[in-house]
Design a protein around this ligand. Structure first.
Ligand code: FAD
Length: 441
């Protein structure tokens, strides 16, 4: 059988069950599709793919291309709509099968359906490579996924000691050859911009695996993670695995297994457990997105809870540009705009201010994150935003952080605010017009 392997959010050779299945072929065409719609404004005025995300993704693709060559393969990068590109390649190369990883997100599901409809005689298969568990090894049917994370965690932990590790697969070292190699149109892809702040994130499988080794066995950051994970801006305060996990350069099962190795060989404590615990949050949102489908993007969330929120363009712009009345929020938003990354604590604070102080519709904040974050992940992003907006997986409702208290606790010397220019010269207040709609100067 000849197969098209569609790389998506699994840009790796290690622990890739979908690629392994695709490799059971005589000929194999490896494809990644860059969708031009990623670079056009969506319904919430943001792009799907901002400069930082695009740079990181491109680095990851180049790294994948380098890894594929020694195993006898190449990466075909096409610029176009997947629902057209994939069927066209299947016909041109007379392929009998299309394989990809299963993805959360409604757009992704619709594209897969469209491809299947256009290829009625082709076997189309998906494999679960983004998660710790597969649907059949989850400790409950997907429809019964609990409404809260803690119920989910308890069920997972009841089933035994991190049984997902057993699913991890070692990818073999040679792949079938490609069926000739089509000329690709990668030259049509948007150019890569140079970052204002060249950060420490570099896309690709090797860099992701190196960060795993570094955080565990070199710096032993994992051993004190529980105490440091809420810091706002230090590289080793948290794992920084998220960008590599988001586009699959790093397998989450590889991370889980390596945590297990660390616990056996070095130390096992509350911190090592906590890193696993955070991976479970990611896992929960993955299944949550698959269970709830379109409700992930609804303003009233999966809870169908109406919350007053409107759209104030000037407040939205001020928040995106780091120009609000809240220095801590501004600093974090500047960091995001300049680097494509923000710590978990800062994400919680800026989202809380967006929803509570600025009284904006949370979906616009989520859309800005989608454009900016190099670790953007549809399930974790929209799941966390819903959670904080009180319409998602949190029975306690709206989460509001006291920004002054948070600044005193996490940035007592104001170092973070200073480093990222949080003191805006002319911050935009909540109201730009008075009660009679006259502009306030
Ligand atoms: C409003 C909001 C939006 C977010 N959007 C994203 C997103 O688009 N992509 C993304 O990967 N994470 C998202 N997160 C979760 C979290 O902020 C990041 O995963 C984390 O900051 C990444 O840094 P790290 O890898 O050093 O995390 P660590 O603290 O080292 O955690 C280890 C891993 O656990 C997972 N994890 C940790 N916290 C969470 C969480 N709250 N939810 C889901 N997974 C978690 C991540 O995969 C992370 O890499 C969001 C959080 C909030 C509050």
């Amino acid at each position: 059988m000849n197969t098209l392997y569609w790389f998506t959010r699994d840009l790796r050779l290690h622990d890739n069950a979908a690629l392994l299945a695709a490799a059971k072929s005589d000929l194999l065409l490896c494809v990644f599709v860059v969708d031009p719609r990623w670079f056009q404004p969506g319904p919430r005025q943001c792009l799907t793919m901002g400069d930082h995300r695009w740079r990181f993704l491109w680095q990851s693709l180049m790294s994948l291309e380098r890894s594929l060559r020694p195993v006898g393969q190449r990466l075909h990068i096409a610029f176009g709509h997947p629902e057209e590109v994939i069927p066209e390649l299947v016909h041109r190369h007379r392929l009998a099968r299309v394989v990809r990883s299963r993805l959360p997100g409604t757009r992704e599901a619709k594209q897969w359906l469209a491809i299947k409809e256009r290829l009625p005689d082709t076997l189309c298969q998906q494999f679960e490579t983004l998660s710790l568990f597969t649907q059949s090894t989850l400790p409950m049917p997907l429809d019964d996924l609990p409404d809260t994370f803690s119920q989910f965690r308890k069920l997972v932990e009841k089933t035994g000691d991190r049984s997902c590790e057993r699913l991890r697969i070692r990818t073999h070292s040679a792949l079938p050859p490609p069926p000739g190699f089509p000329e690709d149109n990668r030259g049509d892809c948007p150019p890569i911009s140079e970052p204002q702040h060249p950060g420490r994130f570099a896309g690709g499988e090797q860099a992701g695996l190196a960060q795993l080794e570094r955080f565990l066995f070199n710096t032993h950051g994992i051993a004190s993670y529980k105490e440091t994970r809420n810091e706002l801006d230090r590289w080793d305060s948290s794992s920084k695995f998220s960008p590599w996990l988001a586009n699959g350069s790093l397998s989450v099962r590889e991370v889980a297994e390596t945590i297990g190795d660390y616990e056996r060989e070095q130390t096992s404590n509350e911190s090592t457990y906590w890193l696993w615990f955070e991976l479970l949050w990611r896992e929960y949102f993955y299944w949550y997105a698959l269970k709830h489908g379109a409700a992930l993007f609804r303003r009233d969330g999966v809870q169908r809870k109406q919350r007053p929120a409107t759209f104030y363009p000037q407040r939205f712009k001020a928040w995106c540009q780091g120009n609000t009345e809240y220095p801590l929020v501004n600093a974090a938003m500047n960091q995001l705009r300049e680097t494509g990354y923000m710590s978990n604590r800062a994400r919680q604070l800026v989202a809380s201010s967006f929803i509570n102080e600025l009284e904006l519709d949370w979906r616009y904040g989520a859309a800005w994150f989608e454009q900016q974050l190099i670790d953007y992940d549809v399930a974790s992003n929209y799941g966390n935003w819903q959670y904080l907006a009180g319409v998602g997986a949190d029975p306690r409702g709206l989460r509001q952080f006291n920004l002054d208290k948070q600044a005193a606790q996490y940035d007592p010397q104001g170092t973070f605010v200073d480093r990222w220019g949080g003191h805006a010269e002319q911050p935009v207040g909540l109201h730009s017009v008075d009660a009679a709609d006259w502009p306030i100067s």
